[in-house]
Design a protein around this ligand. Structure first.
Ligand code: 2YC
Length: 289
């Protein structure tokens, strides 16, 4: 998991309106709309639900410590989407306690290992890696106007690639998996066998060959320069949750509006909307025990 640096995120808050316009042009939806699509939720319903939801973002000093502007940026993304969000003044345990005293409905917080959203009422948890993979799959689905029956190459079979793969299987896409560690791709294929069509998942051994045969790609690796300009074609569409951006600058120039990439926005948006999901019946039964 790539640890963000302040320089990666300190322009996000002031560019959210412009980013919405860019996403609208590329996918037909805003941050909120793509997040709703990634959760299978109706946008009007979500706008109604969020009126009664307060989210507290709690800074965490553990490990390598605070990333300047991280909590404030998460909060700005949430408020941009019309959530009621604020950053607690206290950090860590005191911050969590403050969130309870504020009667917050949800907390979002990150240490060096996990970035999570916690719904304090439904006890639901959403993980940034899973939500990020899922929302970049949703963005690709919107960009190409439906992935059902289409081939999609997933580069990087870690937690983000896994979240994307699960979402793509649910969308009815036909998956090809590549990872620099073949065992990681093999392991993900095994985990996907539970889905309808899971047995058709293809393992790609050679990336150059795979990129020459795929026009829909999810770049979920933590490596720069994985997709060169000569691997991009007129009908290539890429969503790239991987940090840093995996596509070379000439490649990014060539692909133009057929690329969606960001370092925090879509993942946070999908986490927040995920926290609004009504608990499923079995979850309700469990919590009543
Ligand atoms: O400022 C804080 O509260 C820090 N504890 C935040 C640390 C975030 C570490 N994780 C990352 O930089 C990213 C996440 C956005 C998702 C994966 N890596």
């Amino acid at each position: 998991m790539t640890r963000l640096k302040t320089g990666d995120i300190d322009t996000i808050s002031s560019n959210l309106e412009e980013y919405d316009r860019e996403l609208l042009k590329k996918t037909g939806q805003t941050l909120l709309g793509i997040a709703c699509h990634s959760c299978g939720m109706n946008q009007d319903r979500v706008l109604d639900l969020m009126k009664n939801v307060t989210i507290n973002v709690v800074p965490v000093t553990a490990g390598e410590g605070i990333i300047t502007s991280f909590s404030e940026t998460v909060c700005a993304i949430l408020n941009h989407m019309n959530f009621n969000a604020s950053v607690t003044e206290e950090t860590d345990t005191a911050g969590v306690a403050r969130a309870f005293e504020n009667k917050a409905d949800a907390i979002m917080m990150a240490d060096d290992n996990r970035f999570v959203g916690l719904n304090l009422k439904t006890r639901s948890l959403v993980d940034n890696s899973e939500a990020t993979g899922r929302v970049f799959a949703a963005a690709l689905d919107l960009m190409v106007k439906g992935l059902k029956g289409s081939d999609v190459l997933i580069m990087g079979c870690g937690p983000v690639g896994t979240g994307a793969a699960r979402a793509l299987m649910e969308l009815g896409a036909r998956l090809a998996l590549y990872d620099i560690r073949p065992q990681a791709a093999q392991s993900l294929k095994e985990r996907l066998s539970q889905y309808p069509g899971g047995n058709e998942v293809v393992l790609e051994q050679d990336l150059t060959s795979a990129l020459s045969r795929h026009r829909h790609v999810i770049e979920a690796t933590p490596v720069a320069g994985t997709i060169q300009e000569n691997a991009i074609f007129e009908n290539t569409f890429i969503t790239a949750p991987g940090v840093p951006l995996g596509i070379t600058p000439p490649g990014a120039e060539k692909i133009q509006d057929r690329l969606v990439h960001d370092k925090l926005e879509l993942g946070v948006a999908s986490m927040a909307v995920s926290l609004l999901k009504e608990p499923t019946q079995e979850q309700t039964n469990v919590s009543l025990l």
